[in-house]
Design a protein around this ligand. Structure first.
Ligand code: BTX
Length: 324
């Protein structure tokens, strides 16, 4: 609600100091009893709040959840994540985001869940999304760009996530075209970009992001243990999921504004600086068969270029990539 937003903003601006009940009532435009009710709601969500007479309220400890309130506390974006739909358990956050988009959700709306029972990847593959360990979220965008440029947003998202991982851990993530983020060759993130479009116009782009954050090795099913890992497994300590979400929102917003203003080129340069496949021998499996050869990089449009043994250059729009 609007009141809750104002309350969280007041705490965000208070720099960990006490905020008086009267001050909160003033900025929220409500009674002190109403303020108290909101404080009680935060407590129920797991916020630990101290109330001191004549001084006011102070947040002592934050909940481990990634609820809307938890993520929005301290969030300094203009529009990404300003509206958050938070759920404990969902089938897939993508499905909810599609529905919200149909209902007219504003740009920047995000659906976040603690757990997905039917999380999916590309081509309807399953995405393992166990409870309260990862970040499973879907972002709704409404860019005014031609439909064929939408896949560039997958690459942009990968850059935002890599930057966020770099800022919140000591790790060095790398991008495998188009949508995998790897740490030491193992997958920590998947990105799924879906469109709602008319014949010639994007209605919305829905970007699904799945990040393995705090899983232990045992949390992964056996068939994923080789190929997948979590940030915690590599960093050696538990990480704050809400903090990582906030940094992703901030990085994403900066890159997205740049993209809308200057086009894909500046994003391409950043993307290339994180890419592992460039210059390597790869096999690209597409729906129409496989192509093996050297990955030359991406075009200014974000399409992968592969040179085969005969020196012929192929442009690849969508594929799974295997590195040799
Ligand atoms: P993808 O098709 O590139 O990758 C899917 C493949 O990745 C699976 O077939 C499996 O081999 C492997 N995999 C499954 N789960 C995991 C995992 N947790 N970690 C690493 N590897 C895994 C990637 O598709 C796109 C994934 C997007 C997921 C987000 S989560 C929020 C949103 N909601 C939703 O249903 N999907 C997106």
């Amino acid at each position: 609600s609007e009141l809750r937003k104002k309350l969280l903003e007041a705490f965000t601006n208070s720099e960990q100091e006490y905020v008086s009940g009267q001050y909160l009532a003033d900025v929220m435009g409500c009674s002190r009893t109403a303020v108290w009710k909101h404080i009680e709601d935060l407590r129920k969500e797991g916020f630990e709040l101290e109330a001191v007479r004549k001084k006011g309220y102070k947040i002592l400890n934050l909940p481990k959840s990634i609820s809307a309130d938890r993520v929005q506390l301290g969030l300094k974006t203009e529009f990404i994540g300003k509206v958050i739909h938070y759920e404990e358990t969902v089938d897939s956050t993508q499905k909810i985001a599609h529905l919200l988009s149909h209902e007219g959700a504003v740009e920047g709306t995000v659906v976040i869940a603690e757990e997905q029972t039917g999380g999916r990847g590309r081509m309807d593959r399953a995405w393992h999304s166990p409870k309260s360990t990862g970040i499973w979220m879907s972002l709704i965008l409404r860019p005014k760009i031609p439909i064929q440029r939408a896949p560039q947003l997958t690459l942009l998202t990968a850059v935002a996530i890599v930057q966020a991982i770099e800022e919140t851990t000591t790790l060095t993530p790398q991008i495998k075209w188009p949508n995998d983020i790897l740490v030491e060759q193992q997958k920590v993130t998947g990105i799924l970009t879906e469109l709602q479009a008319d014949a010639d116009r994007i209605i919305s782009v829905i970007i699904g992001m799945g990040l393995n954050i705090n899983q232990t090795e045992d949390d992964f099913p056996p068939e994923l243990r080789q190929i997948a890992t979590s940030l915690r497994a590599k960093e050696g300590k538990e990480l704050d999921r809400a903090e990582i979400i906030k940094v992703i929102f901030q990085k994403f917003e900066t890159l997205y504004m740049l993209f809308l203003e200057k086009g894909f080129y500046p994003i391409k340069l950043l993307w290339e600086s994180y890419a592992i496949s460039v210059g390597k021998e790869i096999t690209a499996r597409t729906l129409n068969g496989s192509i093996s050869g050297k990955a030359l990089g991406i075009t200014d449009e974000g399409v992968l270029k592969v040179e085969d043994a005969l020196g012929e250059i192929h442009q690849i729009y969508s594929a799974d990539i295997e590195l040799h």
